[in-house]
Design a protein around this ligand. Structure first.
Ligand code: MSP
Length: 634
């Protein structure tokens, strides 16, 4: 039996999406780097990722396409796996919540919690719209009707099951007192404590009768399990918990690390641990809530037009340029900014100038001066010893940072060493030593010191940029690159390749900036209407109007019918804005109205004017003003 220490690391399971962007890659690439690092350090690692496939949204999207949820999901999952492959993500298992074993496991968990009295039957009360099969709360209704279709709703009680979160509050708080690592970083613990634990936990509704695409509750077929209970259970179902073969569970649970984005931290640090507590299972050792990758400080999304398939970046700049950026740029725990240009700048400055350049010129020098054969430095100078000492302290320092999950700092420690080696070349000036044969031994020692430095750095880099680390090993012509051999002087004699290969060809930043600007312009290219004169424009009367009443159009989901006071005169206006604003929120807004537009009848309702909106792709915004109602715009 092996005595290896185990390490179980998970990413969240992703909602099936065709629109994975660079932000989505952040959790998974980070988890991959940690998993690889631990594997290389000799741990027996299990790295889990997967997909979260149930819920009303998926059901609805499949319905829209006229296919079954599974027909809808399957190709998306293939696409996700392809993305992870392109990013060199080395997961050990990809779980799907539609996997039979997972479904069975969730059903058993639910049943057990019910039998022991932690889940009880209650009722969920709300306003039900039969055609939409949806529940609404009182405040969501519009004029007492369904906010989606405008039809009558009925106050309905639906049977549902609830989980006694409240029962565990005290026990959980006590547990947290001695297990602070569960919620990391510390700032997020404070948030969880102040916002959720301190006010008191409320029982959680854990089943729904109205959601059909979900895991059926075994003892009550009218119900499906709440998606978060279903999803969170993946972390143990993937290990075969409570199945015929639970050997992985026995070996790997509790998880060493659940790595999650900050927006789902609460589910992982309150609901999930309490479910486990109720099941009498050990709690995960650590949940780390990382920040988001943003663009211009904002969300990355297809509708914002700032989304690109990450595979385009992999294709254009290489997988390690993408991995390196994700791993080095975002201060861990905080949000970080992404731009294609920034990624290329980092690639040029660090990967190309510092790493690639060092490897390339050293292999070239080894070939030029020694036909590729360089023997051990047995007579180190003070300068050599200083560099060697720095190289030898690297592993512990990097280890400490990785343990603290601070990958950006771990990487910068490695790059400090690479920079030191570049400086060492400038200090020792091998090209000058080469001019005089009596310096041959010194020249050998200099080149050997750099080659060993490169090897040690490549070992450290392997978890983060594995493809490049492997290319470096190939150029050094070594096959025993491992942490076990990471002491200076391990290689007796180098026989480096005689075909140095450029690791990262430089990308012209200026050209790229121009190309990106052109792409932006392309996207923004405005199709102008024919020119008009100022007199033409003066024919349009625009005034500030205050919305005094608003409701959904009875026959059209997208329309609001509003009464707008344009300064002593009230107009009825129909606008296609129901998707972006609720009628009650529209009331009170001061908007811009085209007041001399010829009245029109829209789906049977007269509209006496038009409300101005701005639009950018899917983003629509109502233009508002702080001027008094009736003010004229020109
Ligand atoms: N299905 C749930 C998780 C259930 S786990 C039991 C979910 N899925 S998700 O697809 O929306 O998100 C998956 C991961 O991607 C999350 O960790 C989320 O934080 C991360 N990210 C999505 N966009 C991101 C950024 N822009 N930046 C960093 N991470 C982001 O939540």
């Amino acid at each position: 039996m092996s005595e290896k220490k185990t390490y179980y690391i998970t990413t969240p399971i992703y909602y099936p999406s065709d629109n994975f962007h660079i932000g989505h890659c952040y959790t998974t690439v980070t988890a991959d780097a940690l998993a690889r690092y631990k594997k290389l350090k000799g741990y027996d690692v299990f790295f889990l990722t997967g997909s979260d496939e149930h819920g009303q949204k998926i059901e609805g999207r499949a319905k829209e396409k006229g296919i079954t949820p599974m027909e809808f999901i399957n190709p998306i999952i293939d696409n996700a796996k392809d993305l992870w492959k392109a990013l060199d993500v080395s997961y050990d298992k990809f779980i799907r919540t539609t996997d039979e074993e997972h479904v069975k496991c969730v059903q058993k968990i639910f049943e057990r919690l019910y039998k022991q009295g932690d889940i009880y039957k209650g009722s969920y009360e709300g306003w039900y719209c039969t055609p939409c099969e949806s529940f609404w709360t009182e405040s969501q209704l519009v004029d007492g009707k369904c906010p989606d279709c405008g039809r009558e709703v009925k106050l309905t009680k639906e049977d549902a099951y609830f989980f006694k979160l409240s029962r565990y509050q005290k026990r959980f708080e006590e547990y947290l007192n001695s297990h602070r690592d569960l919620m990391q970083p510390e700032s997020r613990y404070n948030e969880m404590y102040n916002n959720f634990l301190k006010p008191g936990l409320k029982d959680l509704c854990v089943s729904r009768a109205s959601v059909k695409w979900g895991i059926p509750v075994t003892f009550d077929k009218s119900q499906t399990v709440y998606v978060w209970v279903d999803a969170l259970s993946n972390y143990i179902s993937a290990l075969g918990y409570d199945s015929d073969d639970d050997s992985l569970y026995q070996k790997f649970w509790p998880a060493d690390l659940h790595l999650v984005g900050k927006e789902i931290f609460r589910f992982h640090t309150i609901i999930w641990p309490i479910i486990l507590m109720a099941l009498d299972l050990p709690l995960p050792k650590k949940v780390y809530g990382h920040g988001w990758l943003t663009i211009g400080g904002g969300k990355i999304s297809k509708s914002k037009g700032n989304y690109k398939d990450p595979r385009i970046f992999v294709n254009d700049y290489g997988v390690d340029a993408v991995r390196y950026f994700l791993l080095s740029e975002v201060p861990f725990g905080s949000d970080g900014n992404f731009s294609e240009l920034l990624m290329v700048e980092r690639r040029n400055s660090d990967l190309c100038n510092v790493l690639g350049n060092l490897v390339n010129r050293t292999i070239s020098m080894a070939n030029k001066y020694f036909g590729g054969v360089v023997h051990k430095n047995t007579n180190p100078t003070d300068l050599d010893l200083e560099v060697i000492a720095q190289l030898e302290s690297m592993d512990n320092e990097v280890d400490e940072k990785v343990e603290a999950l601070n990958i950006p700092n771990a990487l910068s420690l490695i790059f400090n060493r690479l920079e030191r080696l570049n400086k060492y070349i400038d200090e020792t000036e091998p090209w000058k030593l080469a001019k005089d044969d009596t310096n041959k031994e010194r020249l050998n020692n200099v080149i050997y010191t750099i080659l060993e430095g490169i090897r040690l750095c490549a070992i450290e880099l392997n978890a983060f940029i594995p493809s490049s680390a492997n290319k470096i090993y190939q150029q050094l012509n070594i096959n025993n690159a491992s942490f076990e051999n990471n002491r200076f002087g391990f290689i007796d004699e180098y026989h480096v390749t005689d075909k140095p290969e450029i690791l990262f060809a430089r990308i012209d930043e200026k050209e790229l900036a121009e190309r990106l600007a052109a792409e932006d312009n392309e996207e923004e290219k405005i199709e102008h209407l024919p020119e008009i004169s100022i007199d033409d424009f003066a024919k349009v009367e625009l005034r500030v109007g205050e919305v005094i009443e608003s409701k959904k159009h009875e026959k059209a989901d997208k329309l609001l019918v509003s009464k707008i006071d344009i300064g002593g005169e009230v107009r009825q206006i129909v606008s296609g804005i129901a998707k972006i604003i609720k009628p009650e929120d529209f009331v009170g807004k001061k908007v811009i109205v085209v007041t001399n537009l010829k009245p029109a009848t829209i789906r049977g309702v007269e509209s006496q004017g038009m409300v101005l909106c701005g639009e950018n792709g899917d983003d629509i915004e109502i233009i508002t003003s702080t001027l008094p109602k009736g003010s004229k715009l020109r």
